[in-house]
Design a protein around this ligand. Structure first.
Ligand code: 9PG
Length: 448
């Protein structure tokens, strides 16, 4: 929606002392929170974060708020909450609000529908009933997802097949009720080369067999729409990538974006994913999805949704699809589970104070603010429970995750857990609830 002018949508009388604004960011890692109308929402700590963690090409103004396809206002007093929102998953306008004395001015750069909450209904309840009305054909939101162990927050890119088997055996010995062992970034020959680095990582098929012999499932991280500059696929097919689009930097260089207009490129991708499903992967964590929806000639939300639908067909209806780094409204109906907040990390406060950056607090605040999407659009993934010794505020993390419905996942090596961490992990790992369920208490107000 870049390039279009912002037009006034509404001017609302409000009580400046008690009015609140709810802002919903673009993708999984973008902040979402409830703020006092007199304050200002989170801002990226660098131009790179604007691209990778906020909405590329559409920075928020210095003051006030900017939701992506969704912004809600509680005017204070008895006035019902007002929701300003996109009419569907495409297009998704940016919606701004700013306080001028005792008025809130709302503007947007595209068509916006105004949805009044019921009188007396709180923020979660109002957003929930709006979410019910949002068009969402496709994957059923009411599917229960099994509990997951994820390699990223303990092994990082040093993950190997042998280390995953060790974690699975140790989890079983310690009676951790985990069903899916999900290998994260680090298994692949290179980002964009979606086959294992056999020398470093080991054999994926063997891993699937070993897990299945113990009644467990193999999950796998893939970033389908991006590639590292030094990958073999980029070297062999430079014309499959759109070097004019900026998806940020990672894997020691620029992130290149797959050209979804090229049939051969998409066919190659879906062929690889189908191969991985056939080899025994039954849970896909599809990451860096925002890169598939960057705005440009022939790219954006429409091509992103088409490509996601092709991926669904390729992996089959039995495999579960988890979307991460995903543009949120555009992903409604296309995934079984969606990461609804930034990455967690052993540290509690985000680097640079930027709520989009990895930290315990970012994951917690943002996932809490998106609780209403669980069981309505998909299963929410609030990111992993981390409770090994040395993790900051592990008691608070366990308590807050126990209050959020959604996909349960563990990011610790079972061997690293002490008795307390084992007990918490044992209790919190369970299949996800299939319907909506509001967390206890009203949505907390955040200071950016
Ligand atoms: C693997 C990780 C994990 C994690 C994902 C995603 O550079 N960045 O801005 C950046 C943002 C997020 C990120 C990695 C890098 O994390 O959310 O769970 O799978 O990728 O690389």
């Amino acid at each position: 929606m870049a390039g279009q002018e912002f037009q006034p949508v509404a001017v609302l009388d409000c009580d400046p002392g008690s009015a609140q604004v709810y802002e919903f960011g673009w993708q999984s890692w973008s902040p979402a929170a409830l703020y006092r109308a007199e304050s200002r929402s989170a801002r990226p700590s660098s131009p790179l974060a604007q691209v990778m963690n906020y909405r590329p090409g559409c920075p928020a103004p210095g003051e006030g708020f900017q939701g992506e396809g969704l912004l809600a206002v509680a005017r204070g007093g008895e006035e019902p909450i007002l929701i300003f929102a996109a009419e569907g998953p495409d297009p998704v306008p940016s919606i701004r609000a700013r306080l001028l004395k005792d008025r809130l001015e709302v503007s947007a750069n595209g068509q916006v529908r105004i949805w009044p909450g019921e009188r007396g209904a709180g923020m979660d309840e109002s957003l929930g009933s709006w979410a019910e009305s949002f068009p969402r054909a496709g994957r059923a939101a009411r599917k229960s997802l099994p509990s997951v162990w994820c390699s990223w927050y303990c092994l990082g890119d040093r993950v190997t097949a042998a280390s995953v088997i060790r974690a699975a055996r140790s989890a079983r010995q310690r009676q951790l009720p985990i069903s899916v062992f999900q290998v994260d970034d680090g298994w692949q020959a290179a980002t964009g080369d979606w086959w294992p680095d056999r020398e470093r990582f080991g054999d994926l098929r063997e891993l699937a067999r070993a897990l299945s012999a113990d009644g467990l499932e193999l999950g796998l991280w893939v970033a389908p729409f991006v590639a590292a500059e030094d990958s073999e696929t980029v070297r062999r097919h430079p014309d499959w990538y759109r070097t004019e689009l900026d998806a940020g930097r990672n894997w020691k260089g620029r992130i290149l974006v797959l050209d979804l207009r090229r049939e051969a490129a998409l066919a190659h991708l879906t062929g690889r994913l189908q191969g991985l499903a056939e080899l025994g992967v039954s849970y896909f964590k599809l990451d860096f999805l925002y890169a598939g929806a960057l705005e440009g000639p022939g790219s954006g939300i429409g091509p992103y949704r088409m490509a996601m639908a092709s991926i669904q067909r390729a992996i089959g209806s039995r495999a579960r699809l988890m979307a991460c780094g995903a543009p949120l409204l555009p992903t409604v109906g296309l995934a079984d589970a969606v990461r609804v907040g930034p990455d967690t990390a052993p540290g509690w406060e985000p680097p640079g104070g930027d709520l989009s950056q990895p930290s315990g607090r970012s994951a917690q605040v943002v996932s809490r603010a998106r609780a209403f999407t669980h069981g309505r659009w998909w299963s929410n993934d609030p990111d992993c429970l981390l409770v090994r010794p040395g993790v900051e505020r592990r008691g608070l993390r366990a308590r807050q995750l126990s209050e959020l419905a959604g996909l349960a996942s563990s990011g610790d090596l079972p061997d690293d857990l002490d008795g307390w961490g084992l007990a918490r992990t044992r209790r919190l790992m369970r299949p996800s609830a299939t319907g909506p369920s509001a967390p206890p208490g009203p949505m907390p107000v955040t200071r950016a």
